[in-house]
Design a protein around this ligand. Structure first.
Ligand code: VGL
Ligand code: ZN
Length: 240
């Protein structure tokens, strides 16, 4: 039987590292990384529709970070603080007031988890969040580390498989990461595991007199009205 997740206010969506440097054309491009953006936008809609929390992490390195090749690390310089490549991709529809978690900011420490040396866990506790849905980049680095830390801290945690892609430095890395997450107690879901949202209803075509007769259509209209600001609120105010 297919499991269905009904989102509520004790849930949070963690949008992981949808930054220009990790996307095709960037300095550390993840194959098909851009494919997750429309999927994440769909999840963002599902969460904002019920006033559930949406947070976004970003890789936010000082320019001489230890993970860079010049210091013996595995990566070319990427996601350097305040550079264009570190910006969220403009197609990502983050709501206004999205809490942004900047990670891997210590020049001398390798760090991938969004919980590592950040305020994430205390923010989530303050918000009363008990369940996390995690998607983004990269499955075999930030996503797996974040999911495993979340599990260790006692959050119910769901990997959004269709909203995640990995690097696969070694073939099989992504698969192994998924196995590790499941072993750690994470669940795995795709959009099929969520109820359809009203954006799929053709509410524009409903006549006002039809709306009078059908309460469900009126609810759909109301929801649509509430969702409308989403399209015009791509800017994030709470970046820090
Ligand atoms: C990441 C590679 C290098 C990640 C960060 O956040 O997944 N991957 N730096
Ligand atoms: Zn990095």
């Amino acid at each position: 039987m297919k499991k269905t997740y009904t989102i509520n206010k004790s849930d949070a969506l963690i949008v992981t590292d949808i930054q220009i440097d990790f996307l095709p054309g960037g300095v550390l491009p993840i194959v098909d990384g851009d494919k997750v953006i429309p999927v994440l936008n769909k999840y963002i809609g599902k969460f904002t529709d019920v006033d559930a929390h949406v947070l976004a992490s970003r890789d936010w390195h000082p320019k001489d970070h230890i993970s860079f090749e010049v210091r013996g690390g595995p990566w070319p310089p990427h996601c350097v603080q305040n550079t264009n490549g570190a910006k969220f991709h403009p197609a990502l529809e983050l709501p206004e007031h999205t809490v942004v978690i900047s990670k891997a900011t210590n020049p001398d420490e390798e760090s991938y988890s969004a919980f590592d040396d950040t305020e994430l866990s205390s923010i989530l506790r303050q918000l009363g969040v008990t369940r996390l849905f995690v998607g983004g980049l990269a499955t075999d680095y930030c996503v797996v580390k974040t999911v495993l830390d979340a599990r260790e801290m006692g959050f119910d945690t769901v990997l959004l498989l269709d909203a995640s892609r990995g690097i696969n430095v070694e073939p099989g890395d992504v698969e192994r990461a998924i196995v590790d997450m499941v072993k750690g107690g994470a669940e795995i879901a795709t959009v099929e595991n969520f109820p359809e949202t009203v954006d799929t209803l053709p509410v524009d075509e409903l006549e006002p007199d039809v709306l009078e007769e059908k309460p469900s259509a009126r609810v759909a209209m109301k929801k649509k009205a509430r969702m409308r600001p989403r399209d015009s609120t791509k800017r994030i105010q709470s970046e820090r």
